[in-house]
Design a protein. Structure first.
Length: 749
């Protein structure tokens, strides 16, 4: 087996240090983790490369240039059924170490500690980018120790619970860093960090294909993606795209678990089958497009998806048809990897520098956040003792039994020629890292080699293109040659970069280029051709209208129009002046779109991603926070009540009953005695109402009602600020409501 981590060159002094270290830490025995309960597809091997006690509750990983695994450990997440541990500063970022060279971690080194719910890392620009809500930080690395630290974004993840905050931090082929559950992307230029709006994408985990399209998902949709490259359809601040973004790539959300598992809404009809098996995915996360190059050919660019609630990983075949991507489940009756181990919680997947697929197994009993956990699930988790599965975590590796793994390149001593050559490597991780090192190390001597590779029409040409862009070594004439490529993917990237180039006098070869590309009638190229045409409208004027209309008539899909509108960015009136007499259906659609953008620009009404600094907090998450601050002291974190002080909320008719009654109690308070779940409570204390609290808005009360209904009732979402406002005027006769008074009000409605 090829070692997971290997020293490229060890000097005599380093050998002495290692011997001394071995003398202090002679025990290199790794924990033995049984995988007997795991079933993986034939032809693949599953192995443990890191586990407890060297890590706990990992949620993400990244690899450094040596191929070492760095882990993000979210140790505070749901250690109990009520999740009070979330504020504990016990999160860490660690480096897994394999000191005996057998491919399995036998030690770990803490890089950062004292973190509260850390969630993502990325090795970029020679340092480490990491997210600890609400901040995004960049820290330099000095001998495996943190150096100078820079605050990149203080609003990276400022609202929401751990399941609904930005994460991912994935460098794409275009040299931008993208996230899931976010509408911003990041890049560093000349030491300055840039934050830029982009499309909102997914929930937990993000991945990419070789072309540079992005893929993501949400809990109930296993794989989603964009038809266009990032920001192609969203460049115009005053235009909202109608299609091509956030596409559900497969309507088939079926899962095939090996055993019955506990899920949040198992009581609802259709969630479980007759054998209590989950029917459709409910906690989809951590997608990965496999680009490792060491799986069988038919696995290349397959989309794998985690389903931790049923202890499995799915495989989907991606199908590319022009700009359109669709997905098909690989099998209708089984999964790529499945287990009966209830602690197996795959939450993220990554391509490795050795060609393997790495599985981040949080290995925890509770993965449902408290803000969303139903009474049904809470009770069953307690009965099963799932809250006792804590303090664990694993990193697993999947490899092709026949092909094995590859050596990790020696990036530390790689020459410029070596790095350019690595852009041709079969492993996408290696190609990506070589590209970023060429840019970060400012290898200007790579320019001519990159230009030669760029014009070779190879798959590596796209990496060469964006390496040159990062080195600021592109020019318009070169991009015209790229756009003439016979490879549709490379030509599309050329058109995209050409459309962003400052408008100059028309070049004769660009007229030739336009005629050539239109004659090809390639659906992929034509979408990026629309982007190019929009950017050229000011220069070429009415002469482009027939070409534009020809493409719009050919393609009824809205994303072709979106590509055009996205690239106009201020030229809408110019094009509108040329299109007043268009009478076809597509012509009228263009005229209407132009008119709406002109109006939006005049009124300064932008596409929401350009106006919203951060995402609003989810109502149930906000409700949970308010509950903990105002209600839990009397009713308990789990809603079980406190003897002599307050009755239970869990399953209470006050929670499950009319929303209006619950709202009245919250606003105006209540005094005993009262009956809950058939039990009589004689309390001397009186519950105070919230209506007199000037800091508690109608929306706040609504959010508390929503959370209470979800956590302790039947997930009713009937409350609204308008209802709460009306209930403020229905006041009790004296101080607070009695049970009889409330009953009378409800019965008289």
């Amino acid at each position: 087996m090829i070692p997971l981590f290997k020293f490229k060159k060890i000097l005599p002094s380093a050998i002495i240090c290692l011997m001394l270290m071995a003398g202090c830490q002679a025990d290199f025995e790794e924990p033995v983790i049984s995988l007997e309960d795991y079933k993986i597809e034939e032809g693949f091997e599953l192995e443990v490369v890191a586990s407890e006690p060297f890590l706990e509750a990992p949620v993400a990983i990244d690899f450094d240039n040596q191929g070492r695994i760095w882990t993000v450990e979210m140790r505070g997440y749901m250690q109990t059924l009520t999740g009070e541990s979330e504020e504990m500063p016990n999160g860490v970022i660690s480096i897994m170490q394999d000191l005996d060279g057998d491919g399995v971690a036998d030690h770990s080194k803490v890089f950062l500690e004292g973190l509260v719910l850390p969630r993502a890392i990325a090795h970029v620009y020679g340092g480490l980018l990491y997210a600890e809500p609400p901040n995004l930080w960049f820290v330099e690395i000095e001998n495996d120790q943190p150096g100078k630290k820079v605050l990149v974004d203080s609003l990276y993840a400022d609202e929401g619970n751990v399941e609904h905050q930005p994460n991912g931090l994935m460098m794409n082929i275009d040299n931008w860093i993208y996230n899931a559950r976010s509408h911003f992307r990041y890049q560093r230029r000349d030491g300055v960090w840039i934050k830029e709006p982009t499309t909102f994408r997914g929930q937990w985990g993000i991945t990419k294909d070789n072309f540079g399209r992005l893929y993501y998902n949400n809990n109930s949709t296993q794989i989603m993606g964009d038809y266009a490259l990032p920001n192609v359809l969203t460049k115009n601040q005053y235009y909202t795209p109608k299609g091509g973004l956030g596409k559900v790539l497969t309507r088939n959300q079926r899962v095939y678990p090996l055993h019955a598992t506990l899920v949040n809404r198992g009581y609802e009809k259709g969630v479980l089958d007759a054998d209590s098996m989950l029917v459709n995915v409910t906690s989809s996360c951590g997608p990965l497009v496999y680009r490792g190059g060491y799986f069988p050919a038919d696995y290349d660019q397959n989309a794998f998806v985690c389903a931790p609630e049923v202890n499995l990983i799915k495989r989907n075949l991606l199908n590319f048809n022009g700009p359109v991507t669709t997905a098909t489940q690989a099998w209708d009756d089984k999964e790529f990897l499945a287990s009966t181990d209830e602690g197996f919680r795959p939450v993220n997947l990554f391509n490795g520098p050795d060609g393997g697929m790495y599985v981040v197994d949080m290995h925890r009993g509770i993965i449902q956040h408290g803000a969303y956990m139903t009474t049904y699930l809470r009770e069953r988790l307690a009965e099963r003792g799932m809250d006792k599965i804590i303090g664990m975590g694993r990193i697993l590796r999947i490899k092709n039994t026949k092909e094995g793994l590859s050596e990790i390149p020696d990036f530390a001593s790689a020459s410029t020629e070596d790095l350019v050559s690595l852009l041709r490597h079969k492993n996408g991780w290696v190609r990506d890292r070589a590209q970023q090192l060429i840019i970060h190390e400012n290898r200007q001597d790579a320019t001519e080699l990159l230009k030669t590779l760029l014009l070779s029409d190879e798959a590596a040409s796209i990496h060469a293109l964006y390496s040159l862009k990062g080195l600021e070594a592109l020019d318009r004439s070169l991009l015209v040659k790229v756009a003439q490529s016979k490879t549709p993917e490379l030509a599309s990237h050329g058109l995209l970069l050409l459309s962003a180039w400052p408008v100059t006098d028309s070049l004769s070869e660009e007229t030739e280029l336009l005629n050539d590309l239109v004659s090809r009638s390639d659906p992929l190229i034509d979408m990026y051709l629309m982007t190019y045409l929009g950017s050229e409208i000011k220069k070429s004027g009415i002469g482009l209208v027939p070409v534009i209309m020809g493409l719009l008539e050919k393609y009824p899909e809205s994303y072709y129009l979106d590509a055009l509108m996205g690239s106009l960015s201020g030229y809408e009136k110019i094009l509108a002046g040329f299109t007043t007499d268009l009478n076809t259906e597509k012509g009228k659609a263009l005229v209407d779109a132009l008119g709406s953008v002109v109006t939006a620009r005049e009124n300064d009404k932008k596409f929401w991603i350009y106006e919203q600094a951060s995402l609003a907090m989810d109502d149930r998450t906000h409700g949970l926070q308010l509950y903990r601050n105002t209600c839990a002291a009397c009713h308990g974190q789990a809603g079980a009540g406190i003897e002599g002080l307050a009755p239970p909320l869990d399953g209470s008719e006050y929670i499950k009953g009319p929303v209006k009654r619950l709202g009245l109690v919250l606003l105006h308070g209540m005094k005993g005695p009262l009956t809950v779940n058939g039990q009589r409570y004689e309390f001397n204390a009186q519950m105070p109402g919230l209506s007199a609290n000037p800091n508690m808005s109608d929306q706040d009360i609504t959010d508390i009602i929503t959370y209470l209904s979800n956590a302790f009732g039947e997930s009713k979402r009937e409350a609204s600020p308008e209802l709460v406002k009306s209930l403020r005027e229905i006041k009790p006769k004296q101080g607070a409501y009695t049970e009889a008074e409330l009953l009378e009000i409800i019965n008289n409605q």
